[in-house]
Design a binder for this molecule. Sequence first.
Ligand SMILES: [Mg+2]
Length: 313
Amino acid sequence: MGRRRPPDILRKSHAHTEGKARAKARQQLRQSLDATLMPDERALLIDLDGVVYRGDEVIAGAAEALAWLAAERVPRLFVTNTTSRPREALVEKLAGFGIAVDVDDIQAPADAAAAWLAARGVARLLLAVPAPTARAFAGFDTLTPDQAIDRQRDQVSGTAPAIVDAVVVGDIGASWNFERLNAAFRCLMQAPQPKLIALGMTRYWHAPDGLRLDTAPFVSALAHASGAEPVVLGKPSPEFFAAALERLEVPAARSWMIGDDIRTDVAGAQAAGLKAILVRTGKFRPADLTLGIEPELTIDSLADLPRAWAGHA
Ligand SMILES: [Mg+2]
């Protein structure tokens, strides 16, 4: 952090009795400490929904706490499992709350997946993802499920060479049908077997008309039938947290995650080697604290972070 606790020699100030030379030496020592202490500082990954805002309402004091982080120059990245809206829409939403962030200050499953795939030289993708999410894969050679169906029409032998190097699955909900799911399955049965990439592993969600299947059941069906082991890019997967830390260029050991989901945020971050802060906003329920998952810190809301961190060096 920008304002860190100096060693005793610097805190016992007798500046009024000091000669200029001594004061200058102190100043130099302070500057060199500023430089050398950097690696010990904290970095923070911040969940959005339930921590910064809830639906369309900002969490009270969140904007001020984030301004404090910026003033303290704490490296931070917003990490969300949202795939229904592009990052640009999240930037706009945050701006509406008086919180200024860049697109690159946010990591969502699609851009984490794009970075993960690019780093591995993967070029050809079958994209079963919502339209706003597809943009993140603009740099790849992509097929939609319907295009894959066309390409597979002549491949009846079952041993055709792979037409893609990865099958990327997000929450396309009602756009799934048997033919499209089967096209993704057929891609995974070709050789060499494409990677199976899941944009999160949420099982279901609460839509206005009731519960709806999310991404996980379809990924599971594809994995079960093809034998492919899915790579999950979304919380709580270690790959997702690793991608975030890579982006911030900080090690897990000095990184913290703040979230409202005891499993996805807290347990997920701890499994990836980070410390975790649970907030009592968003989806938090008191029963979450009886699950045997122990956050390093539990605070009422993001607004309490400055005070909580000051007493928890
Ligand atoms: Mg949340």
